[in-house]
Design a protein around this ligand. Structure first.
Ligand SMILES: [Zn+2]
Ligand SMILES: [Zn+2]
Length: 153
């Protein structure tokens, strides 16, 4: 049997590399708490906020007392400052995502807007102006430019 010890990433501790020791450790509360906490670091803050904001505060924990339920407690262990921090994180996330969406929309509109919005009014103007050139292939770029000038000066 190798004497090499087993390192638990969640608990940051060394264990005897023995199947039974590891089994006992992995089913232990300490290990599961550590694991939960570890996973939570990679969780979406929105999800965490959603879960924690609806809970009543855990009076025991927030008063500095030991709560054996830890992250599995049905009351929240987040104090106001921590919740506030979470909210800020969520806001920042949403802002970043919204601006991305707007960017996309802008690009999209730039391409489709002249055609999408070329209602009768604009078509008439374009057709009228283009009448003598009606046999020529339509120059899309020129129409776009003119349309943009017409709409926004
Ligand atoms: Zn562990
Ligand atoms: Zn609690």
């Amino acid at each position: 049997m190798g004497d090499k010890s087993y390192y638990c990433d969640y608990c940051c501790c060394f264990l005897k590399n023995d199947v039974n020791v590891r089994k006992t450790h992995n089913s232990g509360l300490v290990h599961n708490m550590a694991k939960l906490r570890y996973m939570r670091r990679f969780e979406d803050p929105r999800k965490v906020l959603e879960q924690e904001a609806i809970k009543e505060p855990c009076m025991r924990y927030l008063n500095g007392k030991y709560c054996k339920f830890d992250l599995m407690c049905k009351f929240t262990h987040f104090n106001e400052a921590q919740l506030e921090h979470l909210r800020k994180m969520v806001k920042r996330l949403e802002k970043a995502q919204t601006s991305k969406v707007i960017d996309k929309r802008k690009k999209h509109n730039k391409i489709i807007l002249p055609w999408y919005k070329s209602g009768e009014k604009n078509n008439k103007i374009i057709n009228h102006k283009r009448l003598p050139e009606s046999l020529q292939p339509i120059n899309f770029d020129r129409i776009n430019d003119e349309f943009l000038k017409l709409e926004w000066g």
